[in-house]
Design a protein around this ligand. Sequence first.
Ligand code: WT7
Length: 647
Amino acid sequence: MSKTYAPPAAMAANAHVNAAKYDEMYAASLADPDAFWKEQAGRIDWIKDPTRIKDVSFDLGNVSIKWYEDGVLNVAANCIDRHLETRGDQTAIIFEPDDPNDAAQHITYRELHRNTCKMANVLKGMGVGKGDRVVIYLPMIPEAAYAMLACARIGAIHSIVFAGFSPDALGARVNGCDAKVVITADGAPRGGRVTNLKDNVNKALLHDTDDVQCLIVKRTGQQIAFRNGLDFWYEEEAAKVADDCPPEPVNAEDPLFILYTSGSTGQPKGVVHTTGGYLVYAAMTHQITFDYHEGDVYWCTADVGWVTGHSYIVYGPLANGATTLMFEGVPTFPDASRFWQVCEKHKVNQFYTAPTAIRALMGQGDDFVTKCDLSSLKLLGTVGEPINPEAWDWYYNVVGGGKCPIVDTWWQTETGGHLMTPLPGAHATKPGAAQKPFFGVMPVVLDPTSGEEIEGDGVEGVLCMKDSWPGQMRTVWGDHERFEKTYFSDYKGYYFTGDGCRRDEDGDYWITGRVDDVINVSGHRMGTAEVESALVAHEKVAEAAVVGYPHNIKGQGIYCYVTLMTGQEPTDELRLELRNWVRQEIGPIASPDLIQWSPGLPKTRSGKIMRRILRKIAENDYGSLGDTSTLADPSVVDELIDNRMNR
Ligand code: WT7
């Protein structure tokens, strides 16, 4: 039995959802999804109310997911305009810049309206209209939110590329969705260093045959190479346009955004989220999971380049009329106290971050935390990977002072919002467990071999969803077949999450990690196949296999087995060269942690690399290599183990 932590009495008493209400609402959400989600649609404003609520098929060959399909709305109007009357002067966004000596900005809902309208009009002037794609490659500055909302306002589809991605990765995403415009900045300050964003854009677009325009926000004031006729300074264009732009009526099933994410094979997929269901789900989960109340200051430390930033920095909070904090920097700059100083400075009430950040800060000692006044905190959240008990305890006791519930939210880019999490006023939390399904969510544990549902408690298997929820992704951009194949073909009739899980004796869910060739590095998803293709693209590399291994801070590290071309010397310089090569091909988040020279890789007689064995060796776990009888050349394994032990 693991120790549990009951909701604080005051929180349970005032929570949007307490224990009894959770049970009642959860039962209602399964008993009559149409009635339940029709009522929830009332959270947002519709230009035309939906009458058709749910129309879903998970049948392979015929997968189709529609929510509120005859409804019409505008996301920007929901996130801004409808708040103007009651909270026009309330802060919508608090911007905390990278350098703590620079002033924070408080942007009211009225200012947000003006800035979003300006950006929308500028985009229109560049020829962007409904259904067109706009790539956003920006630092964590308020303009990133304006850009997202400006696209939503005119019915354009945004695709944000994390500013840490390389020019190649950016170029692939710009081409992947045929973007008309890239919105970027001259540079991105982060942790006291600057990334030359506009340079990266120029490199990304170098080989582009259709002329992609670029809108540049001035952030650092540094020199940039300007492409005449194609590049425009945002500030100059904004000065020329009106500060009102009517919101475009958008169908509930029109795409709101595309977000590329890594999978187990080859190229990243463009995950498509649509308008109505996504917004209802983001708003509802934001309010209920974080127990957000009017006037609270809420901070999610993610970057808008990830889905967490979409749903829980911008769309969910703003749909709820919240005050949401945008932080440009990193947790350790200027020192390991930064998060807590920002919490103190802005009197943050709900704080949401990743286990990797918690582990990194925990290692720096408690003083960085305890010297700050964190009395405003009411709730803590985590996302991205399972949280280990030591990190959970530290977060709970040192950061939360033993009084803030921790919501461990399990979800994915594909799910749009939280699918499993304890609710802070309803459930006694269990360190490390994502625990309870959100309303309407029907998790099942399947036997990985038979694909049968495993009933009862105290069981383990792969995690699937039996039915849809409004925030679910609808397709892979331009490749519906890939969508069906990735998520609906392994286990017929279910949405396959790619995660393994355990349902404990109490019926609570624990995520055990990915069961596919995806690894989780610092809460970011990385396809091992992507790193492999980057490695083999190097002229000195003949073959590569990449697996994850346990890493103290990152959760999982990137372990690369590399076979060199004949005649190449395996030197430390070459290791460094390959490491930089991968950073340049994909981005710093894909940096190999360990490279092991491997004259041969363990393969079956049909030539398939046996990753199971490579994972075990990377984990230093040689005792349980499992069945090696199908190996073409078993001596390869001994050699790898030898190498690993002598490192
Ligand atoms: C994968 C999704 C959703 C935003 C962040 C990552 C892992 C996510 C948890 C958690 C255990 C978690 C899963 C999932 N994951 N949250 N609370 N406990 N694992 O989004 O890049 O789409 O990655 O992250 O493995 O499948 P993503």
